[in-house]
Design a binder for this molecule. Structure first.
Ligand code: NI
Length: 208
């Protein structure tokens, strides 16, 4: 599974879109650094794109196999259950040099037996506690880059609400404007939560 495969034009990408293989591509919202290479990868690999309905309809027009659903809903794709949950952010798709507002951004709870909460791009919001209560995610992937999403302080507070076993910071360091320090996030999290912070470099992996 790929989530938000922004590879072409990503200065930190460890792989090119023609080299990846997957069965499912999840897209949290339409911004170029998330939608990225989703359509090209889905068409080449035959993977199913899971996203909110409007983005799904957009990608289906390019010939990708899609599942389009909406916030609060769960779709089963292959053997994986994917639930769309709220994210507080914006969403748009660029086309013909214009920027079109599209649907709402989402986070995703992805469950293959071990629930993972991928927050997408978001600020902190108190319903993250409900996501923690209901889905009990073992792993949470949270943006920490600030400027376009929450930064390290808000993200550490989010960990307290979600209570995952493991938290992986994401959405930082790609561009100078989101150059947040994952070590700061780690130390802030350690002060208020038992979650283990795992800082991954591009191309690194974690077995859960
Ligand atoms: Ni975004």
């Amino acid at each position: 599974m790929l989530i938000d495969p922004f590879l072409t034009g990503n200065p930190k990408a460890a792989i090119t879109p023609d080299k990846v293989d997957c069965d499912i591509v999840c897209v949290t919202h339409g911004h170029g650094d998330h939608l990225g290479d989703a359509a090209a990868i889905a068409k080449r690999t035959g993977a199913t794109v899971a996203s909110i309905l409007e983005i799904s309809n957009y990608l289906a027009k390019s010939g990708a196999k899609t599942v389009g659903f909406n916030v609060g809903g769960t779709a089963r794709v292959n053997e994986t259950s994917i639930t769309l949950v709220p994210a507080i952010h914006s969403s748009s798709i660029e086309s013909g040099g214009m920027e079109f507002s599209t649907a709402c951004p989402v986070g995703m709870v992805i469950d293959t037996g071990k629930p993972v909460y991928h927050a997408g791009d978001t600020s902190l919001f108190s319903d993250m506690k409900l996501i923690g209560d209901l889905f009990k995610p073992q792993v949470a992937m949270l943006p920490i880059g600030d400027f376009f999403t929450m930064g390290p302080v808000q993200a550490a507070a989010a960990v307290k609400l979600i209570r995952p076993k493991i938290v992986i910071p994401m959405h930082y360091g790609t561009f100078p404007v989101i150059d947040a320090d994952p070590k700061l996030f780690e130390s802030l999290t350690r002060k208020q939560s038992k979650a283990k912070v795992v800082i991954l470099k591009p191309g690194e992996s974690l077995e859960v």
